[in-house]
Design a protein around this ligand. Sequence first.
Ligand code: G3P
Length: 218
Amino acid sequence: MKFFIDTANLAQIKEAHELGILDGVTTNPSLMAKEGIKGTDAVQNHYKTICELVDGGDVSAEVISTDFDGIVEEGKKLAAIHPNIVVKVPMIKDGVKALRWFTENGIRTNCTLVFSAGQAILAAKAGATYVSPFIGRIDDSSWDGIELIAQISQIYSIQGFKTEILAASIRNALHIVKCAEAGADVCTCPLDSILGLLKHPLTDIGLAKFLEDAKKFA
Ligand code: G3P
C-alpha cells in the first residue's frame, strides 16, 4: 500500500518525506485555503514546490470548475505545472465526462468525493487513475467507511478495473491499518495519523529497559 500525505503544508510534507515512507501528496481546496494560498500564480507555485519536495511522488491538485469545459481547461493547466500532478476531479456528471477526456488525453486523474460503490464503478469506467472514497466522513455519518473500501476492492478485483483505490479522509492510525486490510492501494493521511502508527507503549517500555541495561556494559 502506498502512503500519501493529505495536506498542503510544506513543513508536514517535508517531515513525512524525511521519514522515507512517502509516496505522494493529496490536496484539496480546503487544505490549500488553510495554508493561506491565494491567486493562480501562488497556487501553481505551491503545487510546483510540493512536486519538487516529494520528487517522484504523485501530487493531486483539485479543479474548482464544475462544468465539463471548465474542468478540462483547469485540469490541462494543472497537469502542465509538473509531470507528477494528478488532476483531482469531483464525482459529478461533468466530472465523469472530464475523467474520460483526461484518460483519452494522457492526463492522470483522482476522482474525489466518492461515497458509494456505484460512484467508484463510474470512476473506474471513466478510466480514473485513482478513486478517493472518503472513509472518515462516511464514519462521521454512522456508515462504515472501511466496509466501502472492502466492497470497492472486491468489485475492482472481480471486474479487472485498473483504477487504484485511494482511501481518503483518514482520521487515525487504525483507519490506515484497516484500509490496508480491506485492500486499499493507497492511503492518504494527515501527518498525525501516520505518526500514530509508531506508537506502542511496549515499544517505549522495552526501549527504556534496553537503554537502562546498556549502561551496565557501556
Ligand atoms: O482530501 C480529501 C479528504 O482526505 C478530506 O478529508 O478530513 O476533510 O474529511 P477530511
